[in-house]
Design a protein around this ligand. Sequence first.
Ligand code: ZN
Length: 244
Amino acid sequence: MNRPLVAVLSGAGISTDSGIPDYRGPNGLWRKDPEAEKLVTYDYYMGDPEIRRRAWLMRGENGALQAQPNAAHRAVAELEKSGTPVRVITQNVDGLHQLAGMPARKVLELHGTARAVVCTRCHARTPMEDALARVDAGEGDPACLTCGGILKPATVMFGERLDPVVLGEAAAITKACQIFIAVGSSLQVQPAAGLAAVAADHGARLVIANAEPTPYDELADEIVREPIGTALPELLRRLHAASR
Ligand code: ZN
């Protein structure tokens, strides 16, 4: 029997057990704090060196690079290692799917990654760690070492467009998969949310695992409300057993 292609769409809820709060969701920290939201809004960031200095301090303090994958990230990676074809589409920028063992080429990061920085002029990409080390050493707003341009995290800030290539691949996987699992996403931020509907339209079995109801629950074949850290490993084990 051919094993089904499983697409996992993950949102902030999969990483809360790793100590990463929901920053950018509709009820996320940034949306509730206009001053903090400026630090991650492209025009403010590019236009004001003081905003950038505060943003670098925030990145240094939030400890996101120290976060470790949890049982849910590991369960997704183990399903892939067991031979089931798995693709991850994530709204998260924490890189925890890859740290848990998912091959990077099988993870689509809709909102980019906080583990790298990119130059806004020459587009050189370097590790976030290196930039934060410069901030630690006293540079308030480290500039690109190649061209002197403004550096920003390799994340999609508010006011920036999502990468059309990544989006296109996400749509293709969503249409091709037999099972689509939305986990830890409130499914309220487009275009990620709409993928759930696309999956259902194309005949995939739609599973929604989220603590709170989502706008797509009525399309779902299965809804899971239990905590993700225990529910997702159990769900994926069951799925693997059924596909053997
Ligand atoms: Zn540069």
